[in-house]
Design a protein around this ligand. Structure first.
Ligand SMILES: C=C(O[C@@H]1C=C(C(=O)O)C=C[C@H]1O)C(=O)O
Length: 158
């Protein structure tokens, strides 16, 4: 991985905040692609330690700068840790801006891959995921960096 991509992929603070800052004059927007109760994929259930058929809250978004998606993300939240948090009300507000305001937030190790997003057609160089915990609330956040981000920021292709 190039050093320029490492800066993005290995960062552990809010990606939303980093995108806003890197975007400069461009307008940041979270575009909601889908949110529903459903079955996580097998690898997601494993990462969360959930029994295979257990339903979870699924949220898929595109993080856009001037309406161009730079990152697409899919988050999976086990229902057992949801106590009154209305994630469906989040809508087009960033999950990160809520998450990073929570006290006692813990973030697990980042897992990196070059897998394409299974829910979006645009391709990209890198993907990563990590588990956030805040008391009993847990969310697996999976972020797929897209080629468009590399083009707009003049980053190397990988
Ligand atoms: C986890 C963060 O939030 C971002 C916002 C997301 C959303 O709104 O669904 C999803 C993934 C993240 O990239 C972050 O800012 O680091």
């Amino acid at each position: 991985m190039s050093a320029a991509w490492w800066q993005w992929v290995a960062s552990r603070d809010s990606l939303t905040a980093r995108l806003v800052s890197a975007g400069g004059q461009r307008a940041f927007r979270v575009r909601l692609l889908d949110q529903r109760l459903g079955r996580p994929r097998r690898d997601e259930a494993l990462a969360l330690g959930l029994p295979p058929a257990r339903h979870a809250w699924l949220r898929e978004v595109a993080l856009c700068l001037d309406e161009r998606p730079w990152v697409v993300a899919r988050s999976v939240v086990p229902l057992s840790g949801l106590h009154g948090q209305r994630l469906d009300r989040l809508g087009e507000r960033s999950l990160g801006s809520w998450l990073f305001r929570q006290p006692d937030l813990e973030r697990g190790p980042l897992e990196v891959s070059a897998d394409p997003a299974p829910f979006h057609a645009a391709s990209g160089p890198w993907a990563r995921r990590s588990l956030f915990r805040h008391r009993r609330f847990a969310v697996l956040v999976q972020e797929f960096f897209l080629d468009r981000m590399a083009d707009d920021l003049g980053l190397p292709s990988r």
